[in-house]
Design a protein around this ligand. Sequence first.
Ligand SMILES: Nc1ncnc2c1ncn2[C@@H]1O[C@H](COP(=O)(O)OP(=O)(O)OP(=O)(O)O)[C@@H](O)[C@H]1O
Ligand SMILES: [Mg+2]
Length: 448
Amino acid sequence: MAERILIVEDEETLRTSLKRVLSKENYDVAGSGSAEDALEMLGKSAYDLVITDIILPGINGIELLRKIREKSHEQVVIVITAYGSLETAVEAIRAGAYDYVVKPIIHEEIKQIVKNALKQRALQIENTLLKKQIERHYDFGRIIGENSSMQKILAEVKKIADARSNVLLLGETGTGKELIARAVHFNSNRADKPFIPINCSAIPENLLESELFGHVRGAFTGAVTSKKGLFEEANYGTVFLDEIGDLSMALQSKLLRALEDREIRPVGGTQSVKVDLRFIAATNKDIDISVKEGRFREDLFYRINVIAIKLPPLRERKGDIKLLIRHFIQKYSKELGKTVSDIDEAALKYLIAYHWPGNIRELQNIIERAILISEDGIIRAEHLPEGIKAEESFPCRTLADKLSIEDYTKAFIQKYQHEFNEQQLADMLGITRKSLWEKRKRWGINKG
Ligand SMILES: Nc1ncnc2c1ncn2[C@@H]1O[C@H](COP(=O)(O)OP(=O)(O)OP(=O)(O)O)[C@@H](O)[C@H]1O
Ligand SMILES: [Mg+2]
């Protein structure tokens, strides 16, 4: 189909001659004598390219360009400037014109510029489409899980992706919270806008505020220039606030304000900036305990906890272990340039019996390591770390699928409390020390 061009030019002779030149190149060309008419025509149907003179009777060409930009970022516009008015040409480019031609117009030149502009536009469209397709495909394809709770989560991700509602992802370390956060973003209508992950516990507290909200020049020692914050960088996209449970009280109230007013104020600044963001937060801590103990603001908790998704630990979906192993074998054989294609029965048995405190990340690491050291294309028990094979006597080996989380946790604490310290035990269970202490008290498990 012929590409459609709209020429906005009040000098009739020039308009007609441009129309003739471009029609000969097999474009579908329309003309208009004023910006007002052009806007009406653009409102009614789509054009691949707009060519506009700058000097027009009513609204001028630059204003027209600005009005077009308000509605569409993609519309390609070329402006025509009078000889010797380079400044207006520069202004037009700043306002978002693709290119400019200088009067008197040389036919060969305009033909070339139009051709380039349309080629660029086609590429742009193709790229966005391709990017979307890849991301959509890629992300769901990468999330492995036939277990029913995983299936429910994936169905929910698809359902809620397009909403702007904030999402809270809960689950132990390595259960796939970040993977799900990306899946939400890349399946949403924000997919071609930024996805910005921010690890709240990795950035020092005194830097975090200016990282998130930006700062103005001179806001603090060392702020020699002003800097945009990550929230502004992410505008129209998604912000992933990882380890949100570690956010300080001061930043919690700033974040709350940003969520409520949908605007942010840079450090040291007096003016706020409007932002359109979707927030996805994640934590592997018991955030409700933090709320109860006053370490996490309740109002902020309700703001981010609009849609909560809890990722199950791997030991509660052992049926997926085999699938995950297949997936990681494929992935790492390729990445590491090895031809490992299988795992033997004995090794598989160990992996299924193990309790996986580090969840999928731990499984992934173990498979990667095994592939590296395996020499004959098969993963065997000897390629697995000793710690995994020492699991035998733990009840989950035989009972895992029948044990409730409570019973499992109880058994786990009883069995391992002499071998590991409080923090290690809590980490392995994916709970806080405080919650470990509470569970002990509740179940009457004494340390001694
Ligand atoms: N269902 C899954 N299918 C395939 N790979 C997965 C799945 N879940 C997690 N992974 C992989 O496991 C690793 C850990 O996942 P991720 O980083 O999302 O965990 P997390 O919950 O954010 O952990 P942490 O709390 O420690 O940050 C990643 O490399 C991820 O790609
Ligand atoms: Mg994570």
